[in-house]
Design a protein around this ligand. Structure first.
Ligand code: SDX
Length: 428
C-alpha cells in the first residue's frame, strides 16, 4: 500500500499572514514542526504547559512508542536487554552507543571497581548527616560534593569524561549503600574488588560484622534486571533537569545532583515508594477494600492519584511494567516470599484495566507499580526504592547530558512565558 505522502512543511495562518514552517522526521518516522523562526516571523510563541507537545532536541539514545508500548535503548528492545545483559553492559551501551565486547566489559568492570571507594573525608559527611535523612537527600548532597573531591576535569577530553562517568556510576552506588547503613546505625561496608557491580551493592547493603551475608544469585539477577529497566527514558522530568543544568555549563556532578532531586518527586521516581505505602494503607486501614482508593483516584475534588498508574508518554501498558510484573512473581516464588501486597496489587491492576475512567484516559500500570514489591522481597527498605531508581538512571542521565553537550543546535535552556500580571502602575 502506498505510504501517505510525507508533509515537507507546515503552513501556519495567523490573521492575514501565512508562514511556512519546516517539517522533519526521525529514524522511527516521528514528525516535528521546526518552530525556531516562529517568534521572529510572527511575534507569537507557542503555549504548551508540561511540554507534552514540545520536542527539546534530536536524540540517538532512547526511542519510546507510547501508543504501542515500545522502548528501545540505542535500537535494542528493552525485553532483549533485560533478558540477556548485565546492568553495566547497558550502562556502557547508553553512554558509548554500542554494547561492550568481552574485553571492554572486563575493562569497564575493573574501572568501576577501581573507582568504587569514597574519599575518606566523605565519611565525615555521613557522620554529620541526620540519621532520619531520606536517602535521596543524602544521595543528591553527596553527588554534588563529588565535584569538590574531584577537581573539575577537562570536560572536553574523552579520557576525563570516561573517568567522570565511571566515578559517578560506581561511587553513587557506594554512597547509596552507605546512606542505608547510616540510616540504620550500622557500620558502613566497603566495596570489594572481587565482586561485580550488583553483587557489591547487595553486599554493602546487607553484610554486617556479625552476619557474613551470602549473595543470592536470584537477587543479583533481579537487581541487574531492575536497574536495566530504569536505565533511561528519553526526555523525562529528571533527565530534562540534568540537561537544563548542564546547558548552563554547570559540571556533570551538579547536573546529576539536580536530576536526583527531580526524580525524588512522588509524581516521578518517588512513585515506587508511594505505591507500597498506598498498598499498605489499603491492606491495613481499608482491610483490602480497593473500591475506596479507586473512588478517591477518580474524584476530581481529591488530589489523590493512583500511584504507579498513568504516564505522560505511554498510553498503553508500560513495557517495563510487564517485565517487572513477571519478575515480581518469579523472584518471590524463588525466594519463597508470600507477600499479601502482591495479590492486592494485581487486584488493583484488574480494577484499573476494567474501569472506564482509567481506560478512557489510557491509564495503565507504569514502571513503578510492581518494582517496589520485588525490592521489598529482596529485603530492601521502602525509602531506598527511589535511590535504586536513581542508581539505574545514572547512565541514562549521563548519556543525555553528553549528547546535549555535543548537540550542534544546543544552547542554554530558557523557555518563554505569556505575562498575565498587572500592567505598569505608577509608584505613588
Ligand atoms: C515515572 O516521563 C517518564 O518517562 C517518567 C518515567 C521514567 O522512566 O523516567 O517513566 C518514570 O515518573 C513514571 C510515573 C510515576 N508516577 C506515578 O505513578 C504517579 C501517578 N501518576 C500520575 O501522577 C500521572 O499519571 C503522571 C504524573 C505520571 C502523568 O501525568 P500527566 O501526563 O500530566 O497526566 P494528566 O495529569 O494530564 O492526566 C490525564 C488525565 C487527568 O484526568 P482529566 O483531567 O483528563 O479528567 O488522567 C488523570 C488526570 O487526572 N490521571 C489520573 C492518574 N494519572 C492521570 N487519575 C488518577 N490516578 C492517576 N494515577
Amino acid at each position: 500500500m502506498a505510504t501517505a505522502k510525507k508533509a515537507t512543511s507546515a503552513k501556519l495562518k495567523i490573521g492575514t499572514k501565512t508562514i511556512d514552517l519546516p517539517v522533519f522526521y526521525g529514524s522511527e518516522n516521528e514528525g516535528a514542526i521546526d518552530i525556531q523562526s516562529l517568534r521572529k516571523e510572527t511575534g507569537f510563541i507557542t503555549y504548551d504547559p508540561g511540554f507534552g507537545n514540545t520536542g527539546c532536541c534530536k536524540s540517538d539514545i532512547t526511542f519510546i512508542d507510547g501508543e504501542k508500548g515500545i522502548l528501545h535503548y540505542r535500537g535494542y528492545d528493552i525485553n532483549d536487554l533485560a533478558e540477556h545483559c548485565e546492568f553495566i553492559d547497558v550502562a556502557y551501551l547508553l553512554v558509548h552507543g554500542k554494547l561492550p565486547n568481552e574485553k571492554q566489559h572486563l575493562s569497564f568492570s575493573k574501572h568501576l571497581n577501581h573507582h568504587s571507594m569514597l574519599h575518606e573525608d566523605m565519611h565525615h559527611f555521613f557522620d554529620n548527616y541526620p540519621d532520619h535523612a531520606h536517602p535521596m537527600a543524602t544521595l543528591s548532597a553527596m553527588a554534588v560534593s563529588l565535584s569538590s573531591f574531584y577537581p573539575e576535569l577537562e570536560q572536553t577530553k574523552k579520557e576525563s569524561i570516561d573517568m567522570m562517568v565511571t566515578r559517578l556510576i560506581s561511587k553513587l552506588r557506594t554512597i547509596a549503600a552507605f546512606s542505608y547503613k547510616k540510616s540504620i546505625g550500622h557500620p558502613m561496608v566497603q566495596p570489594r574488588h572481587d565482586l561485580k557491580y550488583c553483587e557489591n551493592f547487595l553486599n554493602m547493603m546487607f553484610w554486617t560484622p556479625v552476619n557474613d551475608y551470602k549473595l543470592d544469585p536470584v537477587c543479583v539477577k533481579a537487581l541487574n534486571k531492575l536497574l536495566i529497566l530504569h536505565a533511561d527514558h528519553e526526555q523525562n522530568c529528571s533527565a530534562s533537569v540534568v540537561k537544563m543544568v548542564g546547558s548552563a555549563e554547570a559540571n556533570l556532578y551538579a547536573s546529576i545532583s539536580a536530576g536526583i532531586c527531580a526524580l525524588w518527586g512522588p509524581l516521578h521516581g518517588g512513585a515506587n515508594q508511594h505505591v507500597i505505602e498506598m498498598l499498605e494503607t489499603i491492606l491495613k486501614r481499608d482491610k483490602g477494600n480497593i473500591k475506596k482508593v479507586i473512588e478517591r483516584a477518580k474524584d476530581k475534588n481529591d488530589p489523590f492519584r493512583l500511584m504507579g498508574v498513568g504516564h505522560r508518554v505511554y498510553k498503553s501498558y508500560d513495557p517495563r511494567a510487564k517485565v517487572a510484573k513477571q519478575m515480581c512473581k518469579d523472584v518471590l516464588a524463588k525466594l519463597g516470599v508470600n507477600d499479601p501486597l502482591v495479590d492486592l496489587a494485581q487486584k488493583l491492576e484488574e480494577a484499573v484495566l476494567a474501569d472506564d475512567y482509567f481506560q478512557s484516559r489510557n491509564l495503565y500500570p507504569n514502571i513503578d507499580f510492581y518494582t517496589g514489591l520485588t525490592y521489598r522481597a529482596m529485603g530492601i527498605p521502602t525509602n531506598m526504592f527511589t535511590v535504586l531508581f536513581a542508581i539505574g538512571r545514572i547512565p541514562g542521565w549521563i548519556a543525555q547530558w553528553l549528547e546535549m553537550k555535543e548537540d550542534p543546535d544546543g544552547r542554554i535552556g530558557r523557555p518563554r512565558q505569556i505575562y498575565t500580571g498587572p500592567t505598569l502602575r505608577s509608584f505613588e
